[in-house]
Design a protein around this ligand. Sequence first.
Ligand code: PEP
Length: 257
Amino acid sequence: MNKEFRKAIIAGNWKMNKTPAEAVELINAIKAELEGKDTSGCGIIACVPYVDIDAAVKAAAGSPIEIGAENCHWEKSGAYTGEISADMLVACGVNYVIIGHSERRQYFGETDVTVNKRVLAALEAGLKVILCVGELLEEREQGITAEIVSMQTKIALMGVTAEQMKNIIIAYEPVWAIGTGKTATADQADEVCGIIRNVVAGLYCDCVAKATTIQYGGSMNAKNCEELLGKENVDGGLIGGASLKAPDFATIINAAC
Ligand code: PEP
């Protein structure tokens, strides 16, 4: 992390876990873990299932925890059964949205082009975006990690202005490390976050690249977070499994703050 230039952000991705009542319990447990701690050194976000948003926003009110969603559609409204628009999220008190998570790409037909449409719609609605990019295991083995994450980043950011980059967080999430217990080494995470930063510099300028928060995600936990967060280009984490355990999530937050 280099806090001189950019904000460290720890975001939980709850995925398809927790009922509204359980969401309140978990938010309250995280708040209790953070009680009396100085968390001003990093942003704290919980990205929750749509049905938990209302309960989570209310439970987090007055605390440093901000609430995010896990996806949004690119249209403002219309015949898109089962979808949720960015405006709807804003109306519910959501500040952040994850876009392009590998599980959306893998299981729900998300492409770089639809990721770009969602990013633009979310920004237009006033949301901050956590944009996920990352390579598959076979792509890493083929030696094309840099090409894959560069392409994903470039397409996702098409039409995004330098000014709007203030509302973009990029999460480098190697697909082979998500939910598998296999973590990228701190050096691998740092290297690819650095590659993404160079792509941002090429698209905009060094000053935008320096100011962009680039997280690592993929089996980050209470044990490995210090080493990962100790790297210059790793500005926080997008945390799945460990974000569902309040003490572990709090340990990661404390390591970033
Ligand atoms: C994620 O869902 O973005 C993630 C990184 O999951 P996990 O931490 O469980 O690997």
